[in-house]
Every structure is written in structure tokens, then in C-alpha cells.
Ligand binder design. Structure first.
Ligand SMILES: Cc1cc2nc3c(=O)[nH]c(=O)nc-3n(C[C@H](O)[C@H](O)[C@H](O)COP(=O)(O)OP(=O)(O)OC[C@H]3O[C@@H](n4cnc5c(N)ncnc54)[C@H](O)[C@@H]3O)c2cc1C
Length: 450
């Protein structure tokens, strides 16, 4: 039973990227805001997700470029070391997993920070420990996700790693089995392999990054194989064990062994047991599906991974801006998910937006699609990659696109703008495309489709 009652305008429960942003902006607008987090202000992204993993990837990019000297420019001797990677993650990315700076930034904006587990205890009220915070305007939920493990026999009895362990490594193992060939599993698998770890990736689907276009999976699988990563797709994992010499994973008809096991095969939304029933959200939902203003109940907004609209930092921030506008009584634009962009930061990078060809067909769209290589730039620089565009032939506009290659996530920007603004294909095909750039690879596709 809470002892103290403190009134405020808004309580933000969970300060992931979106929650932190919303709390900051609402406080700057003059509202009395209480921000609650039980772990670190900023959430998964700065401490265990995007930032440390992309710091690892920056290191592997340097190694890969050095490897290419022999083919393109002469000779070079490179000795990979994890030490600078671990040091940069500890000192430059995460402040040794300390959020003092982030807390100060929030408080400087005028918000009150409370460290603890927040639970909705009544409509418009959140309890943290012995204090209840009564919010005059409402509650913003941004509680994010926790790594989860698939129901594999023996998995719950062994000490496997998740992304939260890998980002804190100071030494690398000799070998690792990665369960999960989605974006997180693939990014981490490639980083470890690039630093000399013997890596096997097990993916239950019939291809890596199965949510992306099959052409993207194909290019990535070849890059993995070229790097010496063993990829097992359609993996039927029967059992996991741990003994003196490491981990054993029994597949149907085959047994694999490695020093370590990384599970990157799913995440659980942190919305169970947070008192949703007090605001009319009964039945332990798996996601909180918001309306276009991010409202999930009277006086309750939900943003970020828990909304199931795409587990990305940019989604969490996008939704935070919308919730802030709504709370401050401003006009839209309200949520629009047609042109959600996503990047898997592997080498080559996979940038994609909107619908895949298969998803567009499932929606009954009159689809036309075209696929091509990276054009002159890819050939000159000896880079693998693929570009693909998906068109709604009836409307004559792009509904999706994929750019796999160096800077795939940057090439993506122009496809995203076209999908978002519904630019006619014929208009795009008449544009100037600088030669020789990667984005020029889109021109023949547009000409073919227009
Ligand atoms: C390895 C990895 C790499 C990634 N790379 C990228 C990338 O490159 N680009 C990208 O866009 N996204 C990436 N992501 C995804 C990204 O990290 C998330 O989408 C992002 O953090 C947004 O999450 P969120 O705002 O929903 O909340 P989260 O970041 O999950 O934060 C939620 C916060 O809520 C707190 N909390 C939960 N419950 C409570 C409670 N009851 N009371 C108080 N506090 C609570 C938690 O302590 C946490 O701080 C990556 C994720 C991982 C794991």
C-alpha cells in the first residue's frame, strides 16, 4: 500500500528512447512530469542495443576495409583486437553502464526522475515503491522489451548469453552458437566472426532475416559463408545442454558444440503485471495497440516496442513526438506506418522500407517488382549487393523497397521519401541520378517499372 501521494501532470513509465524524449519535451513545455525507470534512463538502445552494437560494427568495418587492401591496393597486416571495442563501449558509449548524464539531462529539462518499478495502481495513478503519483493529464507507457528464449528443451537450465551479455564482453570466446538469424542475431554473429570467433547461426525459418526480401537473405547468407560462418536454416533444435567443455545443441540428425551460446530469438514486451487492468486493458495483452495518437485507454498513451509497430529506436521517438503533441493539445500529423524504414547493420547493410513484395501481394495489391545489382559503383568497388523496388501498379507509386550493399541504410532514404510522399514512379524515373553512386542502381528499376 502506497504511503505518499504526489500530484503531477504526466507520469512516464519506462524511459527508453521514446519515454525519455517524451518526458523531456513535456517538461520543457512546462508540464510537471515524473519519469520512472527501474534500470537505466535511455533504455536498451544506448546501453545494450543500437549504440554498443553499432560501435562493434564500426570496428568490423575497419577490419573489412583493411582486408580488401590485398585485392584492391597492395598489402596490409592487421591483427584484430577486441580491447579497443570493449573500451569504447564501456567509456564512450555507456559510461560503464551508468546513466548519471542522462538523469541530469532529464532533470535539467525540468522533469522529476524516480528510479524504481512503476505499476498503474488506479486510473491516472502510478505507484513506485511507497509513493503514488497521481497524474492530472495521464500516463505514458514506454516499458520496452526483455530478451526472451524460445521453448527449447534444456535452454532454461543453461547459462546462455543474450545481447546484454555480448555488449559487456571484455574477451571473446573461441566459438559460439547463435540461436536466431534475425537482425540482432545476424549483426552479432558477423561481428564475432570478423574478430575470429568460430560462429554457427541456427535459424528456424528457411532463410536468414526472414522478414526481409528473399534476395536480401541470399546476399547475406553468401557474405556469412564467405566469412566462414556456418548457417543452418530450417534448424530443428531438439535440445540444449551444458557440460565441462561448453554447450551442446542437438539438431535433428546432428550435434553442434561451442564454448558459448547466444540466444537472439525473440523479445518479450514488458507489459505483464504493470496494472493494465486498472485502466480497462484486461486479459494480459501481448502488445498495446494504440490509435493514431498513441492512446491505448482513457488518459494512457503507449509508445515504443510495446506497440508492436516496429522495434526500432526511431519508431519509439516518432511515437513519442505524436504522444507529446496529443498531450499538449497540438495538431498532428498523427501516426502513419506506410513508410517504416529499417536497417540491419550487417555487411552488406540491409535497408528496407514499407512492404516486401510478398507482404504487398498478401494485401491484395496489384504488385510489380524489379530487382537489380548495385550498378557501376558496386562493380567498381567490387561490392556485392542488390536493390529491389515494389510498386502498386494501380496507383503507380512505390509501396516498398530494399537496398542491400554498402550504405544500404543511406540509399534507403530516397526510397523512403518516395514511399512516404507517394511520388509517382514516372516522376522518380525522370530524376537525375549522379554517376557512379549506389543510389543510381535504382534508375534502371524505375525505368523498367514506369
Ligand atoms: C542488440 C540490439 C540492437 C539494436 N539495434 C537497433 C538499431 O540499430 N536501430 C534501432 O532503431 N533499433 C535497434 N534496436 C532496438 C531498440 O533498442 C529499441 O527498439 C529501442 O530501445 C526502443 O525501445 P523502447 O523505447 O520500446 O524501450 P526500451 O529501450 O526497451 O526501454 C524500456 C525502459 O523501460 C524500463 N521499464 C520497463 N518496465 C518498467 C516498469 N514497470 N517501471 C519502470 N521502468 C520500466 C526499462 O528499464 C527500460 O529502461 C536494437 C535492439 C537490440 C536488443
Amino acid at each position: 500500500m502506497a504511503e505518499d501521494l504526489r500530484e503531477c501532470d504526466v507520469v512516464v513509465v519506462g524511459l527508453g528512447p521514446g519515454g525519455e524524449h517524451a518526458a523531456t519535451e513535456l517538461a520543457k513545455a512546462g508540464l510537471d512530469v515524473v519519469g520512472v525507470d527501474e534500470r537505466l534512463v535511455g533504455g536498451e538502445c544506448p546501453y545494450f542495443g543500437c549504440v554498443p552494437t553499432k560501435m562493434m560494427i564500426a570496428a568490423t568495418t575497419a577490419l573489412r576495409e583493411a582486408d580488401r587492401v590485398v585485392e584492391l591496393a597492395g598489402s596490409a597486416t592487421v591483427t584484430p583486437s577486441w580491447d579497443p571495442v570493449a573500451r569504447r563501449i564501456r567509456d564512450e558509449a555507456t559510461d560503464d553502464w551508468d546513466d548519471t548524464v542522462a538523469v541530469k539531462r532529464l532533470e535539467d529539462a525540468g522533469a522529476t526522475f524516480v528510479r524504481g518499478h512503476g505499476v498503474i495502481s488506479a486510473p491516472g495513478q502510478v505507484t513506485v515503491g511507497d509513493t503514488a503519483y497521481a497524474a492530472r493529464q495521464g500516463i505514458v507507457l514506454n516499458t520496452g522489451t526483455t530478451p526472451s528464449a524460445p521453448p527449447i528443451q534444456g535452454l532454461d537450465a543453461v547459462d546462455f548469453w543474450t545481447n546484454r551479455d555480448v555488449v559487456q564482453l571484455t574477451e571473446l570466446p573461441e566459438s559460439i552458437i547463435v540461436i536466431g538469424g534475425g537482425p540482432i542475431g545476424c549483426e552479432l554473429a558477423q561481428v564475432l566472426a570478423q574478430f575470429g570467433v568460430s560462429v554457427t547461426v541456427l535459424e528456424v525459418a528457411d532463410r536468414l532475416v526472414a522478414a526481409e526480401e528473399p534476395e536480401a537473405s541470399e546476399v547475406l547468407e553468401k557474405a556469412f559463408t564467405d566469412l566462414g560462418i556456418e548457417v543452418v536454416t530450417g534448424a530443428a533444435i531438439e535440445q540444449v545442454k551444458h557440460g565441462g567443455d561448453g554447450f551442446t545443441v542437438d539438431l535433428r540428425g546432428r550435434t553442434l558444440r561451442a564454448e558459448r551460446l547466444l540466444v537472439a530469438a525473440g523479445r518479450r514486451n514488458n507489459i505483464s503485471g504493470i496494472g493494465l487492468e486498472h485502466v480497462g486493458l484486461e486479459g494480459d495483452p501481448r502488445v498495446l495497440d494504440p490509435d493514431e495518437r498513441m492512446r491505448v485507454a482513457d488518459g494512457v498513451w503507449a509508445i515504443g516496442d510495446i506497440t508492436g509497430k516496429g522495434a526500432f529506436t526511431h519508431m519509439s521517438m516518432y511515437q513519442a513526438d505524436i504522444a507529446v503533441r496529443d498531450i499538449l493539445g497540438k495538431d498532428g500529423p498523427w501516426a502513419d506506418y506506410r513508410a517504416v524504414s529499417r536497417v540491419t547493420f550487417t555487411a552488406p547493410e540491409i535497408g528496407s522500407v514499407g512492404l516486401t513484395e510478398a507482404a504487398a501481394r498478401e494485401q491484395g495489391i496489384d504488385v510489380r517488382a524489379a530487382t537489380g545489382d548495385l550498378g557501376a559503383r558496386g562493380w567498381i568497388a567490387s561490392e556485392p549487393g542488390v536493390v529491389k523496388l515494389v510498386v502498386d501498379a494501380g496507383l503507380g507509386i512505390l509501396v516498398g523497397g530494399t537496398a542491400v550493399g554498402p550504405s544500404g541504410g543511406e540509399v534507403l532514404a530516397m526510397i523512403t521519401a518516395a514511399v512516404h510522399a507517394e511520388v509517382p514512379i514516372a516522376t522518380l524515373a525522370g530524376m537525375h541520378f549522379a554517376y557512379p553512386t549506389y543510389h543510381r542502381a535504382l534508375l534502371p528499376l524505375l525505368q523498367q517499372l514506369s
